[in-house]
Ligand binder design. Structure first.
Ligand code: 3PG
Ligand code: MG
Length: 400
């Protein structure tokens, strides 16, 4: 990962029209934002721009309206939450290009913030159509991308535009890229990766990339069952992708060749039903009955993973250990997350987490704030773990 991009330190924004790509794709319940993490993430950039006297014009997507105007996916509903987070008024323009946008921008004074309507209402956004990108570019003098979590999309507002205007990383993008490069770009060793989640099939590229980069790969969650099965362990009726046994063995062989130690659960918390409070017992992974499922790691596995973390300098975490949404099968995730948090607080571990369920799992354990860095990204974090170049990031570097 290169750090050859410019930041807000490299530009004078006073009086300028600054187009800022942000990720406002926040979870909603009706008109209410249920998790404002992404809004808080962009606040430092937006406050800094306002303080420096920029005219800040926000570009974003919301949902997947597929190139058509759809009022149910209007960004307008996000304005009140954004105003609350920024503690300042945020204007709104009904369209992100054309007369409507231009007129709203013309009325702005330095320090103002204006949100433009969902860029995905236009087909040119997802197609990364040069003509649409040029229409966007006409609205601003400078471009800032503060949406790492949308950087895996090569869209007009994330990629094309960066090539048409002087382009800079916002503070959140900058923090994200710094943390990620410390975690996998040039990390302090030993490096541990925890990869969990239900299915191996969604994480094949990621596992293939990580075994060549990390010293220990802890396989967690439902996908550990597939690896256990591949080793001939009877896993009862646990979730398992039996057709991927060969693939699992190939990953293990690749790890061995690369000197990466694979850590699989030694014991589990077993139950006959997948439900909160289900009757359960702890047993070694070799002792699962035909009608039982492994729903979490057991105390021996927790101790072993904790010992690996104690010996490590860097941790990259994606995915929970067990069925953390239902107690008591959240215990493994909670215990290991707390261990990682404790080591981080003590200055012994650099810990970076992200992707999908991971933030929810760390919040459940009450330790998201104790990790060195928690990414707000889902798909972008996974693609980064896969070792892929993210188009939105590449476009920023290219213009430097
Ligand atoms: C996200 O919510 O993960 C990002 O905003 C990307 O959204 P998308 O998956 O619809 O491109
Ligand atoms: Mg997504």
């Amino acid at each position: 990962m290169t750090t050859a991009f410019k930041t807000l330190d490299d530009v004078d924004v006073a009086g300028k029209r600054v187009l800022v790509r942000v990720d406002l794709n926040v979870p909603m319940d009706g008109d209410r934002v249920t998790d404002d993490t992404r809004l808080r993430a962009i606040a430092p950039t937006l406050r800094e721009l306002a303080q420096k006297g920029a005219r800040t014009i926000l570009l974003a997507h919301f949902g997947r309206p597929k190139g058509k105007r759809d009022e149910s996916q209007s960004l307008k509903v996000v304005v009140p939450a954004l105003e609350k987070t920024l503690m300042q008024d945020v204007g709104f323009a009904d369209d992100c290009v054309g007369e409507t946008a231009a007129a709203a921008i013309a009325r702005m004074t330095p320090g103002d913030v204006l949100l433009l309507e969902n860029a995905r209402f236009h087909p040119g956004e997802e197609k990364n159509d040069p003509a649409f990108a040029a229409e966007l570019a006409r609205l601003g003098d400078l471009y800032v991308n503060d949406a790492f979590s949308a950087a895996h999309r090569a869209h007009a507002s994330t990629e094309g535009l960066a090539r048409l205007l002087p382009a800079y990383a916002g503070r959140s993008m900058q923090a994200e890229l710094d943390a990620l490069s410390k975690a996998l770009g040039n990390p302090e060793r030993p490096v541990v990766a925890v990869v969990g989640g239900a299915k191996v099939s969604t994480k094949l590229d990621l596992l293939g990339n990580l075994v060549g980069k990390v010293d220990h790969l802890v396989i967690a969650g439902g996908m550990a069952n597939t690896f256990l099965f591949a080793e001939g362990v009877d896993i009862g009726k646990s979730l398992c992708e039996k057709d991927l046994a060969d693939t699992a063995r190939e990953i293990v062989a690749k790890a061995r060749a690369a000197g990466c130690a694979i850590v699989l659960p030694s014991d589990g918390r077993l139950a006959k039903e997948f439900k909160a409070g289900a009757e359960n017992r702890v047993a070694p992974v070799g002792a699962v009955a035909a009608d039982e499922m492994i729903l979490d790691v057991g105390p021996d596995a927790i101790a072993k993973v904790s010992a690996v973390l104690e010996g490590a300098k860097t941790l990259v975490w994606n995915g929970p250990f067990g069925a953390f949404e239902i107690a008591p099968f959240d215990q493994g995730t909670v215990a290991i997350a707390r261990k990682a948090a404790e080591l981080t607080r003590a200055g012994k571990l650099l810990s970076v987490a992200g992707g999908g369920d991971t933030v929810a799992a760390l919040n459940h354990a009450g330790v998201a704030g104790d990790f060195t860095y928690v990414s707000t990204a889902g798909g972008a974090f996974l693609e980064w773990l896969e070792g892929k170049e993210l188009p939105g990031v590449a476009a920023l570097s290219a213009t430097s």
